[in-house]
Design a protein around this ligand. Structure first.
Ligand SMILES: Cc1ncc(COP(=O)(O)O)c(C=O)c1O
Length: 445
């Protein structure tokens, strides 16, 4: 492997303690990090600085959709960087236009704005909503309890979890929380100032909780009735993770089939989308760039020109480099039918996790999710004798034990373990993951 930066002294190169020291001295300690320093990866595996191999079922928290060091991503980065990495959004570039067209094709009639991250994509949707309601004095956005929408000031105000707000008060005004999956709560919360409702199709940080079809359809009708924008945060649950491009397409597919609602084939033939349900705005990031930073929001046609020239901008939004990578990723997903892989192998994995819930009822509470967005809910540490003595939560202790077993998983809250693996995970890798998860669960039973 070619060295990217000058070879550091061997200590830095090989030893966890030396890397940790660099961090404790120089890096703002805003993250609770695990005792792991990762060095390189290949496919579904990553290796730490000591050379230990881990099966990466966390995928960089739903980011590395093609795994690590995928040659298609490397090629796109190299080839596009030789041509054009960045120009200002004062000018047109073909990759940005083409990527927007691919996103529109997969969701529905509308337009796309490009950002750098999920939080920034959500900020754009908040501004869209404020612009929409501005002349009527409406500005308030309702979001769900247990939601997560990013760490900017508006992001933490929008997020329905106290832990992200603590210490940063006063909160940015204009956000209130409603109970997730409770339509009556949404209706009751609407005030004359309300302009939009934002939800995740599947809550990620909140513990892998999908919206019900009734909730989605009910919110759509409610928003139409009250002249509100229905906004969806697809940052974590989007990009084929559930088996469909966006989670609402997966959540509603059974409803569509059952009631034979009109459906339309995506132009590329790969994504049948429901004609009858669309949000008004949808944010994305994470897997969109497979590890290269890019975010975006899509906005439905009637509202697509609300943010006119001069109203919204970001220097790095939709660079030719980021868009070339994102376009390549969409091409690989379509060519290799990775949406089907996420659905089939994900559903197999979910079945296996549900088997664990049945076999180890003292450790595993339940398993849920769609495709490659899965959650394994464990019991509180007080109920698992092997974990009770520690001051760390069940989720953190379990994740540490998985690291020892050579698997990366992602904790959510205090009791849920998330699996967000690459969309090209192989059956034998899923089986290895289940085997090792079962080993850890068994040791706690
Ligand atoms: C649903 C959701 N929205 C927004 C964000 C924020 O995205 P970013 O960290 O890219 O700003 C996240 C990140 O985990 C997320 O899961």
């Amino acid at each position: 492997m070619k060295e990217i930066f000058p070879t550091p002294p061997p200590l830095v190169h090989n030893q966890f303690e030396a890397v940790r020291k660099l961090f404790s001295k120089n890096v703002v300690p805003s993250y609770g990090r695990f005792d792991l320093a990762l060095d390189h990866g290949a496919g579904s595996y990553v290796f730490d600085v000591a050379g230990k191999r881990y099966l990466d079922l966390g995928g960089g928290i739903a980011v590395n959709c093609l795994g690590h060091a995928h040659p298609a991503i490397t090629d796109a980065l190299v080839e596009q960087s030789k041509k054009l990495i960045h120009v200002s959004n004062l000018y047109f570039t073909e990759p940005q236009g083409r990527l927007a067209a691919e996103i529109v094709k997969r969701i529905g009639a509308g337009k796309v704005f490009f950002s750098n991250s999920g939080a920034e994509a959500n900020e754009g949707l908040f501004k869209l909503a404020r612009k929409f309601g501005h002349d009527e004095g409406r500005f308030e956005i309702l979001t769900a309890t247990n939601s997560f929408h990013g760490r900017t000031l508006a992001g933490i105000a929008a997020t329905g979890q106290d832990k992200v707000k603590k210490g940063f008060e006063p909160m940015t005004p204009g956000f209130r929380h409603i109970t997730f999956n409770d339509l009556a709560a949404a209706r009751n919360a609407i005030s004359p100032a309300t302009v939009a409702i934002m939800i995740e199709g599947v809550q990620g940080e909140g513990g892998v909780t999908p919206a019900t079809p009734e909730y989605l359809l009910g919110l759509r009708a409610l928003c139409d009735e009250k002249k509100l924008l229905l906004l969806m945060d697809g940052v974590q649950c989007g990009h084929y993770r559930t088996g469909k491009f966006q989670s609402f397409q997966r959540i509603l597919e059974d409803v569509a089939q059952a009631s034979r609602l009109p459906q339309i084939k995506g132009a590329a033939g790969e994504t049948p989308a429901l004609l009858s349900f669309l949000p008004d705005g949808l944010s994305m990031a994470k897997s969109l760039g497979g590890g290269f930073p890019i975010g975006a929001f899509w906005v439905r046609t009637p509202f697509a020109d609300l943010l006119g020239p001069g109203t919204h901008a970001t220097t790095f939004g939709g660079t030719p480099l980021a868009c070339a990578v994102a376009l390549k990723i969409l091409e690989v997903i379509a060519k290799e039918k990775l949406d089907e892989n996420a659905r089939k192998l994900g559903d197999w994995t979910l079945n296996e996790l549900q088997r664990l819930a049945k076999s180890y009822p003292g450790v595993v509470k339940n398993a849920r999710g769609f495709g490659f967005m899965l959650g394994l809910e464990l019991f509180e540490k007080e109920k698992i004798p092997a974990l009770a003595a520690s001051d760390k939560s069940t989720a953190i202790q379990f994740t540490n034990q998985m690291h020892t077993a050579g698997v990366l998983v992602i904790p959510a809250g205090t009791q849920v373990i998330r699996l967000l693996p690459p969309l090209n995970l192989k059956p034998q890798e899923a089986a290895e993951g289940i085997f090792k998860i079962e080993e850890v669960v068994k040791s706690l039973a």
